[in-house]
Write a protein that binds this ligand. Structure first.
Ligand code: ATP
Length: 439
């Protein structure tokens, strides 16, 4: 469902706004682009960074029993044999004999015989491995075949002993990381929903076997609440349990957190009970003991079970943008109604004119504000145009310095969503904006 070509009006509007306002661009656009790879512009990178920081804050910094890591993209090839990716990380693919387009079978209507694009005959289906292979090393003889990681999780599993021996961790505890992952997806589309290079935010929570159900339930609620805390409409979010035949090879139970995009409900995050599969596999392949000495159970040596939360940064960004897009017909404007927490910029400062002391007052305010929050200074064009621009990039607050400001030492604060304006004393502006942004 999620890789139909972009033909939904709302998606097209978001793609256009992304380009117009510097959120997301097609990669290598001057060379006609490269399929399913994107670059984040100045607005997009701020939004994305906010998502990552909020995840890190919620999952790592604010929790006593979850630690962070940052592991390498390239890993020993054996990792992917042990994990099952070499043998199992396939999608069933089918090719059109006529136009050579490729499709994922589960993205075509059941029993399709013909190409949905050109009507040509479809060939027999094949299994297609999604990992990108490359060579590590300078000479052909010594070069090692390595893969670009298709998920960040394995970097955590293979470091289990390093974490346990270098930190005072006690079960249950988690290890989280965020970083790039790569998949040679067969079908792509829907903008940054399914790309070949993307970022994940993953956390592996190690528990005593037997406590799986209670921790799975705990993380389902925690993760759902996180999406709500980003200001996403809760009515468009849902939890969907995987059916038995949908479960990945490692998984005992799995739920997806889904958002209702214009093209239907689609996955933002997978939360899985992986049992002891991962550590057991790496014990077998590496011949190392990956175990935990349970002092609370008379020093018993156990292999912990794992509950995983696996989210996509880019899909979260797309969700936030889709959810925030608003055509305010009454006021003839397009508004990205971002929650102040995720908005690329929190406040914009406008001097009404470029003369009579206004720029000096506005610049001082701008410099004071940006010590605390991401702020923009804009003195170009009419005030109306300046407001439109900030609305489209979702800046929640605008401050205008006018003639009166020089007399009454106040500025006009305009609220993006309600359009309400109020006069605020200049010496109270910084604390007021900080308070509003952190609400
Ligand atoms: P899908 O069924 O949509 O291909 P998946 O079940 O293979 O996704 P997981 O392996 O569970 O995805 O990956 C965890 C998360 O990583 C996903 O929920 C998603 O947010 C993100 N993700 C996975 N593949 C991609 C991709 N190609 N582009 C962007 N994000 C992705």
């Amino acid at each position: 469902m999620s890789s139909k070509p972009i033909s939904y009006p709302l998606m097209e509007k978001i793609v256009a706004l992304s380009r117009r306002r510097g959120f997301v661009f097609q990669s290598s656009e001057i060379y006609d682009g490269i399929n399913a790879v994107y670059d984040y512009g100045p607005m997009g990178v701020e939004l994305k960074r906010n998502v990552k920081n909020l995840w890190w804050q919620d999952m790592i910094t604010s929790r006593e029993n979850v630690l962070g890591m940052d592991t390498a993209i390239m890993m020993h090839p054996k990792v992917w044999e042990a994990s099952g990716h070499v043998n199992n990380f396939h999608d069933p693919m089918i090719e059109c004999k006529k136009c050579k387009r490729r499709y994922r079978i589960d993205h075509l209507p059941e029993d399709s015989k013909n190409c949905p694009e050109c009507g040509g005959k479809l060939a027999e289906s094949k299994q297609f491995n999604l990992m990108f292979k490359t060579k590590l090393g300078s000479t052909d003889e010594s070069a090692l075949d390595v893969y670009l990681r298709p998920e960040t999780a394995q970097g955590i599993f293979v470091n289990f002993n390093n974490i346990v021996s270098s930190n005072r961790v006690k079960l249950p505890f988690g290890i989280g990381q965020l970083g790039k992952a790569f998949r040679n997806e067969i079908t792509t589309g829907n903008f940054i929903f399914r790309t070949r290079e993307f970022e994940q935010m993953e956390m592996e929570f190690f528990i005593r076997p037997g406590e799986n159900a209670q921790w799975l339930e705990y993380w389902l609620q925690e993760r759902l609440n996180w999406y709500k805390s980003l200001g996403i409409n809760p009515e468009k979010l849902r939890l969907r349990p995987h059916t038995k035949d949908e479960l990945a090879h490692y998984s005992i139970a799995c739920y997806d957190i889904e958002y209702e995009f214009p093209y239907g409900f689609s996955e933002l995050e997978g939360i899985a009970d992986r049992g002891t599969f991962d550590l057991t596999q790496h014990i077998e392949y590496s011949k190392k003991k990956l175990q935990y000495v349970d002092q609370e159970n008379r020093g018993a040596k156990i292999i912990p079970a794992i509950i995983e939360t696996s989210a996509g940064v880019d899909r979260t960004v797309l969700t936030i943008m889709t959810d925030a897009y608003w055509e305010d017909e009454e006021n003839d404007r397009i508004v990205m109604r971002f929650s102040p927490k995720v908005a690329p910029f929190k406040v914009a400062i406008f001097p009404l004119f470029k003369k009579e002391g206004m720029p000096e007052v506005a610049r001082k305010l701008y410099n004071d504000l940006r010590k605390h929050v991401a702020a923009i200074y804009d003195d170009g064009g009419s005030i109306g145009k300046r407001y439109r621009r900030q609305d489209e990039i979702g800046t929640p607050f605008c401050l205008t310095v006018d003639h009166e400001s020089l007399e009454d030492k106040c500025v006009t604060l305009r609220d993006r969503d309600t359009l309400k304006q109020e006069r605020v004393p200049i010496d109270k502006v910084v604390s007021l904006i900080i308070e509003k942004v952190n609400l």
